[in-house]
Design a protein around this ligand. Sequence first.
Ligand code: NAD
Length: 423
Amino acid sequence: MLLEATTPADEVNPWQSAAHRFDEAAELLKLDDGTRKVLRTPAKELIVNIPVVLDDGRVEVFTGYRVQHSIARGPAKGGIRFAPDVSLDEVRALAAWMTWKCAVVNIPFGGGKGGVICEPQILSEGELERITRRYTAEILEFIGPERDVPAPDVNTNEQTMAWIMDTYSMHMRHTVTGVVTGKPFELGGSKGRPEATGRGCMIVVLEALKRFGLRPEDTRVIIQGFGNVGGMAARLMGRAGFKIVCIVEYDGAVYNPHGLDIEALGKWRRETGSIVNFPGAENVDRDSAILMDCEVLIPAALENVITSANAHQIKAKILCEGANGPTTFLADSVLAKNNVFVIPDILANAGGVTVSYFEWVQDRGGFFWNEKEVNGRLEEIMVASFNDVIAYAERHGVHNRTAAYMLALDRVASAIRRRGLYA
Ligand code: NAD
């Protein structure tokens, strides 16, 4: 049965959003009850309470999670985030999205996710290292190159991955590079991984433009988030000729109708700590910036940015979801009614996990590819996946997001049936 749209709190609960979209796709696919039950529930959930000595000698206990939603198509795959508002529901939703994302781009992984409740901004490098190593030790039996392969997410990075790889390797008594992806290049990381998610966004937007008869030079882009995903997408799309007219950050937004100089904006932020007051642009209101006129909107920062309260004001023709879960399930129908062409998160930001897959393959084979090879293979997968989703949407008369979920569910359900996982 479909979940009903309920309270405002339900609208922004990522697990409710994930469950709602799952139910809709399962219903349309007429998925049998047993498979529905299997896929609606995460396969494994681990909660750990990690004691860590702080720099001032006090002992603090941090709570961490690792959830494996499904391993039907291969080892669980998914990032680890460090943030004060991490919750089990959020980690569950993110793990389920990873299952669907890996299936949409047809790579041999299931879905997992992890998180630690902490405030990285007030923790020292040493404290973050101790949290990471202790968290890794506590989830050690859960992870591994053939079991569950973490990666960076919000507030974790290459250094975090290097600590996880080292802690895991210490316990295994030999170096195991394939236990995490998103590592520094000298520790088994892949060329092209830092740009992969932003590059993937650009590739699918270029495919979408063909459907609108638009060229990059005629395309105004607004990007929310100037971090890994948004910053890279801005840089690459700027170089490809797109007009990046607005960048939105947590402390303000900057706008130039003729296009911002993205390299100069990056330099400005490095020097001043903010994008605000950038010369050659006008400061605009952060919350209304994503509602301005443009051809492409890329939310690449947070969850629940486009909701039932503002979806009707979105003017973009194409919405490319760089972040995970930026649109609530109640906003979906509003966007559909207004003919916004949605490139859903489980497709749009799949470039990251795709190059993570390449990294895992390279680590296991011990042979490393050059950047051209990585980018070429990424483009091949993103273009094919975009076309698969659009063809599915047209064949079944559904919207792109529903099509992406249906395609993913179909692939995972088929793996479950072939394996006979509930025998
Ligand atoms: P990040 O921390 O590098 O960047 C996020 C940026 O958003 C930061 O610059 C931050 O200041 C900004 N931000 C925070 N609050 C904001 C607000 N209220 N308004 C505007 N900007 C705000 O993180 P990231 O790795 O770029 O991830 C962003 C999103 O993309 C997350 O949802 C993440 O799960 C998703 N994602 C990331 C990857 C990846 O490879 N990094 C892959 C797939 C999906």
